[in-house]
Design a binder for this molecule. Structure first.
Ligand code: IMP
Length: 430
């Protein structure tokens, strides 16, 4: 039986990973968020109730699961506390089963202010960030000036570090961006108040996870964003600031690669992207309007309309390679139910040289035009189907085509937002 499973997105995020983590977590002991921050938005529907988690791993909705926010995450303590309280309102109590790495870097209010100010200044060239301070917080981590979660335990050190970093940001905010400066004392007071709620959760999560592995516990590592937003392997500079590909699990947790038994790539049956950057299969027609509406393609963190397009098989194959994926989980298949034709990109044509590519360097994606294979739609309701044999013939063929282009099998298919609207072709734990 496989013990340690990674679930990550193969596209530009919003693939529906949260639901799949939640579905598989009933059998696991730990759920781990290992990179990114509250830029993520994992939407779960349990008993018709919608819950959106930004920072806390989705697996915690099962009371048997211990949640871990490990060292690779950038944490806004204020948003974490808000999320803990939101869960309590929904009768999910995590205070004794959520652990936060002492080594995770904090996102503080000035990170958010500078993220927003920079984007504003970039105008049409903006990255389209979520405005959550993710980039500036990771910059501080690399520049070795972060305040880390562990610093919250020592008021004196915290106060000295905070004063230095507030000065650093106030200089830029005031002189370059003409924003109001931050008051160090106010941030310190707020931090000390929030700290009281999470102080017992601060741990060395690397030790917790490696002990769990020694004790043969089942762990689910829950990716955020998607592989094509990875800082190294994505559509740079239109990316997030962390490694959303498989390497992020290793550096973001302190668990070695030999301990990862299975890597599931979650892929929406079509494509979406929020924010700017190249998107070869993007649509600007009535199919875009259909996908947006039927798929409810609006950001769960920022509410922005997501750009939509056909499934990009070339980008998918790239993600399979980047992550050594074991298998795929196809989500939102039911969104395609009313389409007469469904297209999938099987190659790119360079608009300048007219050369055709069946694999691609992400260096020149903006010059790539998709070449499509067209499939007949199934024009039947698939939502809520739980067995692969009950899918219409055309839907099964579409899945087979995805398997062929990706070069790996599809092990799961999601046919609706509810936990149980799921087809398991082969269970990831088996
Ligand atoms: P940041 O992560 O807020 O810096 O944003 C950088 C890019 O990543 C922007 O294009 C965002 O729209 C995108 N992004 C960040 N988090 C998510 C997510 O959870 N889903 C989809 N896109 C995201």
């Amino acid at each position: 039986m496989k013990k340690n499973i990674v679930i990550l997105g193969t596209q530009w995020g919003d693939e529906g990973k949260g639901k799949i983590v939640d579905y598989l977590s009933s059998k696991s002991s730990y759920a781990v968020r290992y990179h990114g921050g509250h830029n993520a938005g994992h939407t779960l529907v349990v008993n018709k109730k919608k819950i959106i988690l930004h920072l806390i791993p989705s697996g915690v909705l099962h009371s048997n699961v211990i949640g871990i926010i490990s060292n690779g995450v950038v944490i806004s303590i204020f948003d974490l506390v808000k999320e803990i309280k939101m869960l309590e309102k929904n009768h999910v109590f995590v205070s004794k089963r959520l652990f936060i790495s002492h080594a995770a870097s904090l996102i503080l209010p000035f990170h958010i202010a500078i993220d927003i100010a920079r984007e504003k200044r970039l105008g049409v060239n903006a990255i389209g960030t979520t405005g959550r301070g993710i980039g500036p917080a990771y910059e501080d981590k690399i520049a070795r000036r972060s305040i880390r979660v562990g610093d919250l335990k020592n008021e004196k050190t915290l106060s000295i570090k905070l004063s230095k970093i507030v000065d650093y940001y106030n200089d830029q905010l005031v002189s370059i961006y003409k924003c109001q400066p931050f008051d160090c004392k106010v941030i310190l007071k707020d931090l000390l108040e929030a700290k009281n709620i999470i102080i017992d959760m601060i741990q060395d999560t690397t030790v917790i996870l490696n002990n769990a592995i020694k004790n043969k516990k089942i762990i689910i590592f829950e990716g955020a964003q998607g592989s094509l937003l990875d800082i190294d392997h994505g559509t740079y500079p239109y990316v997030t600031s962390s490694n959303s590909t498989i390497g992020g699990v290793i550096t973001g947790t302190g668990v070695g690669p030999k301990n990862l038994d299975y890597i599931l790539g979650v892929t929406k049956a079509y494509s979406t992207r929020v924010g700017n950057g190249p998107f070869p299969t993007e649509l600007h027609n009535d199919i875009d309007a259909y996908l947006s509406k039927k798929g409810n393609e609006f950001g769960s963190t920022t509410g922005r309309k997501r750009r939509t397009g056909w499934l990009d098989g070339i980008a998918l194959h790239h993600s399979v390679q980047l992550n050594s994926l074991s298998a795929l989980c196809i989500t939102k298949l039911d969104v395609l139910d009313n389409l007469e034709e469904i297209k999938i990109c099987i190659a790119y044509r360079n608009v300048n040289t007219l050369e055709i590519y069946t694999s691609v360097s992400f260096d020149n994606l903006e010059n790539m035009q998709p070449i499509y294979e067209t499939h007949p739609g199934w024009m039947k309701k698939t939502s809520g189907i739980k067995k692969i044999e009950d899918l219409p013939h055309a839907a099964k063929n579409y899945i087979k085509c995805i398997e062929k282009i990706a070069g790996i099998p599809v092990h799961m298919i999601s046919t609706g937002p509810e936990r149980n609207d799921t087809i398991v072709v082969k269970h990831p734990f088996l």
